[in-house]
Design a protein around this ligand. Structure first.
Ligand code: NAD
Length: 451
């Protein structure tokens, strides 16, 4: 970026003030342009994701490009409805007309992580554009090829007074957080989320925080264990377990545990072959620090499945560990890798109590046939979102808000919820001048009593 950050933000603010980005036709044109940009760069995106994370093509399409294009189509289809002012009753203001109308916040800052670096940068950008904002993007320094590609694509296709990319790490991010943005959208760890929230609070900037945490997966004894194993293996080991909503740990009914482990072993073999560590289509662990951290967890229990590591290729085989103490690091920290600890329970209330002792998770999954067991878990535990008898898929539905609660985040996005995350809802009363009701004035004999 050749322009100093302060000047860049100032130019974006001036551009926003010109009013051009509010025009709905302009927003639709820009969404279309973003679509063309992404479609035209598909091979370059695959290549960058492969270089940074060894992401296989099918996975890169399904979890990054495909999801972004779906979100784009959805926004373009529904935008005209989202921008419409909504009429409401006028209450005491007899004769008046009231409505609530969305307006863009203005200039947005979007900070994204490395694990789905394309999806988690472009999906918030789609929402920001749809809502009529200008935006500065700060992708992650841990996936430098993707970050450089996003910067090039944006530079070549958009006016930087409208959309710009600042590349870099925590220092650049910190400098951005000092700027007078009108909204901040952050995706990343709860630790950095607190730093972002603090910076936003100093300037009273509205903030959306999409954070992480330990998402539990409960498997009851009556669950369809064959399907549960397949869907858990998919949710946990996709992207090398580096998914914010991956099942972090399993809580399994004692009677179902052995069969579930046997079936998990079978599904892992079906997905990744007999020796997954040698499968060239395994997403790698992002860097050495995370690789070493994850390796450390392998000694905190008994390895039931997998356990192999390859420091040269930075791969860890899909692994399940048992006999884990609830006080072990692997049960205290977000795992964010292909290691799945399994703990047992006797009674569903015991499992619920275990989850309730931890911060509110981003996702929760429950595998059970019994409706009352499902409901018991869903009503007693607060979490961002989740699935009954599946994993991950709730986040791919743009009709539902995606976000956390408590330590797993504040606010949400996807579909119209993304539009709302970048909009202020302005309330307007258009009062009649045809008559005036005198009761509210101090001169009225009725005084304020009519209220
Ligand atoms: P991170 O918090 O380390 O980094 C996220 C972004 O913040 C990066 O762009 C980074 O450069 C920037 N950053 C780092 N330190 C900073 C600082 N001190 N000040 C300002 N900015 C700083 O997260 P990560 O390692 O990139 O991603 C993994 C985390 O993100 C996990 O906790 C995961 O659960 C979470 N996550 C959440 C979602 C979601 O949608 N809720 C999605 C993906 C990842």
């Amino acid at each position: 970026m050749d322009v100093p950050i302060g000047e860049l933000v100032e130019r974006q603010k001036q551009y926003y003030d010109s009013g051009i980005t509010r025009d709905v036709r302009f927003r639709l044109d820009m969404l279309q342009k973003l679509r063309q940009t992404i479609v035209g760069a598909e091979e370059r995106i695959f290549d960058a994701l492969h270089r940074d994370l060894n992401k296989p093509k099918a996975e890169a399409y399904g979890t990054e490009i495909g999801i972004v294009l779906h979100e784009l189509r959805f926004a373009m289809k529904h935008l005209k409805r989202w921008v419409k002012p909504r009429k409401v009753r006028s209450g005491f203001a007899v004769g008046g007309k009231s409505y609530v109308t969305p307006e863009p916040y203005g200039t947005a800052l979007i900070i994204s992580p490395w694990n789905y670096p394309v999806n988690l940068t472009f999906a918030p950008l789609i929402a920001a554009i749809a809502a009529g904002n200008t935006a500065v993007l700060k992708p992650s320094e841990l996936t430098p090829s993707v970050s450089a590609l996003i910067a090039a694509l944006v530079r070549d296709n958009f006016d930087q007074r409208y959309i710009a990319v600042v590349e870099g790490g925590p220092e650049d991010s910190a400098e951005l957080l000092e700027q007078p943005f009108d909204s901040i959208f952050f995706t990343g760890s709860s630790r950095v989320g607190k730093i972002v929230a603090e910076a936003a609070a100093k300037k009273l900037i509205p903030v959306t925080l999409e954070l992480g945490g330990k998402s539990p997966c409960l498997v009851h004894r009556d669950a369809d264990l064959k399907l549960a194993a397949r869907r858990i293996a998919y949710g946990k080991f996709t992207n090398g377990g580096q998914t914010c909503v991956a099942p972090d740990y399993l809580l399994v009914h004692r009677e179902a545990k052995q069969e579930l482990l046997d079936r998990l072993r079978g599904e892992i073999e079906r997905f990744y072959g007999k020796t997954p560590i040698r499968n060239p289509n395994m997403t790698k662990i992002v860097n050495e620090r995370h690789f070493d951290r994850l390796k450390g967890y392998l000694h905190e229990g008994t390895v039931a499945i997998g356990g192999e590591t390859d420091p040269l290729l930075m791969r860890i085989a899909p692994t399940v560990i048992e006999n884990v103490s609830p006080d072990a690091n692997v049960m205290k920290e977000e795992i964010f890798g292909p290691i799945l600890p399994v703990l047992e329970y006797e009674d569903i209330d015991e499992a619920i109590r275990f989850v309730l002792e931890k911060p509110k998770p981003l996702a929760l999954y429950v595998f059970a046939k019994d409706d009352s067991v499902q409901q018991r878990v869903l009503t007693r535990v607060s979490f961002g979102g989740g699935c009954i008898n599946d994993t991950l898929l709730h986040l791919a539905n743009p009709y539902m808000p995606f976000g956390g609660v408590g330590e797993s985040g504040t606010g949400s996005y996807h579909g119209e919820y993304g539009f709302r995350a970048f909009s202020h809802y302005k309330s307007v009363l258009k009062q009649t001048t045809a008559f005036d009701i005198p009761f509210r004035y101090p001169s009225s004999k009725a005084g304020y009593r009519f209220m």
